[in-house]
Design a protein around this ligand. Sequence first.
Ligand SMILES: O=C(C1CCC1)N1C[C@@H]2C[C@H]3C[C@@H](O)[C@@H](O)[C@]2(C1)O3
Length: 130
Amino acid sequence: FREEENTLRELRIFLRQICAKLARNKQFYMFSKPVDVEEVPDYLSVIKEPMDLETMMTKIDHHKYTCAQDFLNDIDLMCANALEYNPDRNPADKQIRHRACYLQDTAYALIKAEMDSDFEDNCRKIRDDR
Ligand SMILES: O=C(C1CCC1)N1C[C@@H]2C[C@H]3C[C@@H](O)[C@@H](O)[C@]2(C1)O3
Protein backbone atom coordinates (compact mmCIF):
# COMPACT_ATOMS: atom_id res chain seq x y z
CA PHE A 1 0.00 0.00 0.00
CA ARG A 2 0.96 3.61 -0.52
CA GLU A 3 1.26 4.31 3.24
CA GLU A 4 3.69 1.38 3.66
CA GLU A 5 5.82 2.65 0.75
CA ASN A 6 5.87 6.12 2.33
CA THR A 7 7.05 4.57 5.64
CA LEU A 8 9.80 2.52 3.92
CA ARG A 9 10.97 5.58 1.96
CA GLU A 10 11.27 7.51 5.22
CA LEU A 11 13.20 4.56 6.75
CA ARG A 12 15.68 4.56 3.81
CA ILE A 13 16.29 8.31 4.17
CA PHE A 14 16.90 7.87 7.92
CA LEU A 15 19.23 4.86 7.46
CA ARG A 16 21.27 6.70 4.77
CA GLN A 17 21.90 9.50 7.28
CA ILE A 18 22.99 7.01 9.98
CA CYS A 19 25.20 5.06 7.55
CA ALA A 20 26.83 8.23 6.18
CA LYS A 21 27.52 9.53 9.69
CA LEU A 22 29.27 6.26 10.66
CA ALA A 23 31.23 6.13 7.36
CA ARG A 24 32.64 9.65 7.78
CA ASN A 25 33.93 8.92 11.30
CA LYS A 26 37.73 8.53 10.87
CA GLN A 27 37.80 5.93 13.68
CA PHE A 28 35.64 3.63 11.51
CA TYR A 29 37.60 3.95 8.25
CA MET A 30 38.51 0.23 8.35
CA PHE A 31 34.77 -0.61 8.18
CA SER A 32 33.95 1.78 5.34
CA LYS A 33 34.72 -0.58 2.42
CA PRO A 34 34.93 -4.35 1.88
CA VAL A 35 38.10 -6.05 3.20
CA ASP A 36 40.47 -6.23 0.21
CA VAL A 37 40.78 -9.96 -0.53
CA GLU A 38 43.86 -9.26 -2.71
CA GLU A 39 45.51 -7.84 0.42
CA VAL A 40 44.02 -10.52 2.72
CA PRO A 41 43.92 -13.75 0.65
CA ASP A 42 42.52 -16.02 3.42
CA TYR A 43 39.75 -13.60 4.48
CA LEU A 44 36.92 -15.39 2.66
CA SER A 45 38.01 -18.80 4.00
CA VAL A 46 37.48 -17.45 7.54
CA ILE A 47 34.60 -14.98 7.12
CA LYS A 48 31.58 -16.51 5.35
CA GLU A 49 29.55 -13.31 5.05
CA PRO A 50 31.68 -10.13 4.78
CA MET A 51 29.96 -6.82 5.52
CA ASP A 52 30.98 -3.13 5.39
CA LEU A 53 29.37 0.33 5.43
CA GLU A 54 29.61 0.90 1.66
CA THR A 55 27.80 -2.41 1.03
CA MET A 56 25.17 -1.42 3.61
CA MET A 57 24.59 1.90 1.83
CA THR A 58 24.00 -0.05 -1.40
CA LYS A 59 21.61 -2.41 0.40
CA ILE A 60 19.57 0.61 1.56
CA ASP A 61 19.23 1.76 -2.08
CA HIS A 62 18.23 -1.79 -3.10
CA HIS A 63 15.42 -1.77 -0.52
CA LYS A 64 17.03 -4.64 1.44
CA TYR A 65 16.11 -3.16 4.85
CA THR A 66 12.46 -2.91 5.93
CA CYS A 67 13.20 -1.87 9.54
CA ALA A 68 16.07 -0.45 11.59
CA GLN A 69 16.74 -3.82 13.23
CA ASP A 70 17.52 -5.37 9.80
CA PHE A 71 20.17 -2.62 9.38
CA LEU A 72 21.49 -3.23 12.91
CA ASN A 73 21.73 -6.97 12.14
CA ASP A 74 24.31 -6.09 9.44
CA ILE A 75 26.13 -3.84 11.94
CA ASP A 76 26.24 -6.86 14.28
CA LEU A 77 27.57 -9.06 11.43
CA MET A 78 30.31 -6.52 10.54
CA CYS A 79 31.33 -6.35 14.20
CA ALA A 80 31.32 -10.15 14.69
CA ASN A 81 33.43 -10.59 11.53
CA ALA A 82 36.03 -8.15 12.87
CA LEU A 83 36.19 -9.94 16.25
CA GLU A 84 36.44 -13.33 14.54
CA TYR A 85 39.14 -12.43 12.02
CA ASN A 86 41.23 -10.34 14.45
CA PRO A 87 41.24 -12.36 17.71
CA ASP A 88 44.87 -12.05 18.81
CA ARG A 89 46.31 -10.15 21.80
CA ASN A 90 48.58 -7.99 19.66
CA PRO A 91 47.85 -4.22 19.67
CA ALA A 92 46.60 -4.12 16.05
CA ASP A 93 43.97 -6.82 16.63
CA LYS A 94 43.01 -5.26 19.98
CA GLN A 95 42.42 -1.88 18.35
CA ILE A 96 40.27 -3.43 15.61
CA ARG A 97 38.13 -5.25 18.18
CA HIS A 98 37.78 -2.07 20.26
CA ARG A 99 36.75 -0.07 17.16
CA ALA A 100 34.26 -2.79 16.14
CA CYS A 101 32.56 -2.65 19.55
CA TYR A 102 32.61 1.15 19.49
CA LEU A 103 31.01 1.17 15.99
CA GLN A 104 28.29 -1.25 17.13
CA ASP A 105 27.46 0.74 20.29
CA THR A 106 27.51 4.01 18.31
CA ALA A 107 25.09 2.64 15.69
CA TYR A 108 22.63 1.37 18.32
CA ALA A 109 22.84 4.61 20.30
CA LEU A 110 22.34 6.81 17.19
CA ILE A 111 19.26 4.84 16.08
CA LYS A 112 17.76 4.73 19.58
CA ALA A 113 18.32 8.48 20.00
CA GLU A 114 16.99 9.53 16.59
CA MET A 115 14.27 6.97 15.81
CA ASP A 116 10.69 7.11 17.07
CA SER A 117 9.93 3.66 18.54
CA ASP A 118 6.39 3.69 17.09
CA PHE A 119 7.96 4.24 13.65
CA GLU A 120 10.21 1.18 14.13
CA ASP A 121 7.24 -0.87 15.40
CA ASN A 122 5.35 0.07 12.22
CA CYS A 123 8.36 -0.95 10.06
CA ARG A 124 8.60 -4.32 11.85
CA LYS A 125 4.90 -4.92 11.20
CA ILE A 126 5.46 -4.22 7.50
CA ARG A 127 8.47 -6.60 7.52
CA ASP A 128 6.64 -9.38 9.37
CA ASP A 129 3.53 -9.12 7.15
CA ARG A 130 5.65 -9.54 3.97
O1 LIG B 1 39.13 -7.48 9.43
C1 LIG B 1 39.61 -6.55 8.80
C2 LIG B 1 39.02 -5.17 8.82
C3 LIG B 1 39.15 -4.55 10.20
C4 LIG B 1 37.63 -4.55 10.33
C5 LIG B 1 37.51 -5.15 8.96
N1 LIG B 1 40.71 -6.73 8.04
C6 LIG B 1 41.51 -7.93 7.96
C7 LIG B 1 42.96 -7.44 7.82
C8 LIG B 1 43.75 -7.73 9.10
C9 LIG B 1 44.07 -6.33 9.67
C10 LIG B 1 45.32 -5.69 9.08
C11 LIG B 1 45.27 -5.47 7.57
O2 LIG B 1 45.73 -6.61 6.91
C12 LIG B 1 43.88 -5.17 7.02
O3 LIG B 1 43.79 -5.58 5.67
C13 LIG B 1 42.82 -5.91 7.81
C14 LIG B 1 41.41 -5.67 7.35
O4 LIG B 1 42.93 -5.55 9.18
